[in-house]
Design a protein around this ligand. Structure first.
Ligand code: ADP
Ligand code: MG
Length: 240
């Protein structure tokens, strides 16, 4: 589904991504771990062109995103993204948050979008919150709404950047549960997280990044049981 070749990104003299090669297949749940500043967020943001890579290439379903002209709106429709800080629009209701993009991009009529939103809300257990404003919701509820908002575009792939890092501990589980369900339904996902339990249980592949490179990857079971690279060993010793 995604083929990343020698991807690089610099901010001025700061080489943040240094030649990332990665293939992601349909239905995979790729979990990315690594120390702060290792380029995990930048990598996700390059995948959906929130950042413009400075080198290499990204192909999505066989089409280069960087050579020739790519349609960014279409790309972002196919690749949903969920951020650490939810990024809901505070002045809009939950329903308005979820229906805004599909209606604005003319993917659906307002009626259709609202029906889909209602189904999504039901699925994440928040059917009664359609008319609420984000300010009245808990962090866990906000993040579940942010996931629903991304799903409202019917993406073929979802990117998650530390979706539970801003949450109080008691709310982490409800968000991970929604993500687990998505994975079980076959959604292709790339998840940056510090939740090692989720990585072990749901990840089909675990990637350790350091210094803007993929240092090591494998099945979560293998990497956790027997990390090969000294940097991976050191990192896992600290977080496990
Ligand atoms: P991680 O998500 O692994 O913590 P990031 O991708 O956020 O790492 O950041 C990697 C490096 O890129 C850091 O040194 C950070 O300061 C730098 N960086 C990220 N975004 C920008 C930006 N928009 N402008 C300048 N430097 C940035
Ligand atoms: Mg980050």
């Amino acid at each position: 589904m995604i083929k990343v070749t020698q991807l690089s990104k610099t901010f001025g003299s700061n080489h943040v991504l240094n030649g990332i090669d990665l293939d992601i297949h349909k239905g995979e749940v790729v979990v990315i771990i690594g120390p702060s500043g290792s380029g995990k967020s930048t990598f996700l943001r390059c995948l959906n062109l929130l950042e413009q890579p400075t080198g290499g290439d990204i192909e999505f379903d066989g089409v280069s995103l960087l050579r020739g002209k790519s349609n960014i709106n279409e790309l972002r429709q196919r690749m949903g993204m969920v951020f650490q800080q939810f990024n809901l629009f505070p002045h809009m209701t939950v329903m308005e948050n979820i229906t805004l993009a599909p209606v604005k991009l003319k993917l659906r009529t307002k009626d259709e979008a609202q029906q889909i939103a209602q189904q999504l809300l039901k699925r994440i257990g928040l059917a009664e919150k359609a008319g609420s404003y984000p300010g009245s919701l808990s962090g866990g509820q906000k993040q579940r709404i942010a996931i629903a908002r991304a799903l409202a575009m019917s993406p073929t792939m979802m990117l998650f950047d530390e979706p539970t890092s801003a949450l109080d501990p008691e709310m982490v589980g409800e968000v991970l549960d929604v993500m687990k369900e998505l994975a079980a339904e076959g959604m292709t996902m790339v998840v940056v997280t510090h939740e090692m339990g989720f990585a072990r249980e749901v990840g089909t592949r675990l990637i350790f990044m350091d210094g803007g490179k993929i240092v090591e990857q494998g099945t979560p079971a293998d990497v956790f049981a027997a990390p090969q690279h000294p940097r991976t060993k050191e990192f896992l010793r600290k977080v496990l």
